[in-house]
Design a protein around this ligand. Sequence first.
Ligand SMILES: O=C(O)CCC(=O)C(=O)O
Length: 265
Amino acid sequence: MRIKVFQFDVKDGKVQENIKKVKNMFDSENLSETDAVVLPEMWTSGYDLPNIEEYAERNLESIFSIMSELAKQNDVYIIAGSVPNIKEGPGVYNTGFVVDSKGQLVHEYSKMHLVPMLNEPEYLEAGNESAKPFTLNGENVGLAICYDLRFPELFRDLAMAGAKVIFVVAEWPIERTDHWLTLLKARAIESQCYVVASNIVGTQSNQTTFAGHSIIINPFGEVLSEAPSDEEAVISADLDLEYIEKIRKEIPIFDSRRKDLYKNL
Ligand SMILES: O=C(O)CCC(=O)C(=O)O
């Protein structure tokens, strides 16, 4: 499975500019051998939360059509990061979605853990549905959004449901770069699956600078590809999904678990 991860500077409040940037990135990349392209979190609007309703999609409508066209034109899946999205009823969700290479919506997930450090609970609604795997060219994979990375339960849940690759889409701040890299590696090692993460770069109006370091990590915790902290970049890797079984045989943590003794989970 060949994956490309887009890392770029998201301009908060500049939806059209951000969409244009992503279209240009698709135009400049040769995607003929690529299975999926990964975009970051809240990449249309950035973190202009006080005005987030203004930028929000209505059931993903317009951004879905744009992603659908790009997916068909390039014959790739798009893990389309996340965008602000109004569903039924009031409130804006941080909704991730995935479009297959025929342009169909194959997965939707609204961030279940809202991040207090960026005031998300004040402005956004938390998703209330479990993160379920979806299929990418016949393989089970999963999606998590930024602060979700701090919750190993979610990753274990996806891995136990069969996810072989977990995509993490993020706007992770630079001051916690160390947590970003450490937790991504830990999630790959403990879930024994590939972790593919897209983050952004640049500084937004709330004075938050973002960490970059988009990264692709294998089930042994080795880095296959990593972007710099302060530059736009496209990284890629070929994921050998059979390697997962090899690692799970060598270090059989799923067989060694003692569910009977974990009383507080
Ligand atoms: O957990 C963190 O340190 C950052 C989380 C975050 O930036 C987000 O969820 O958007």
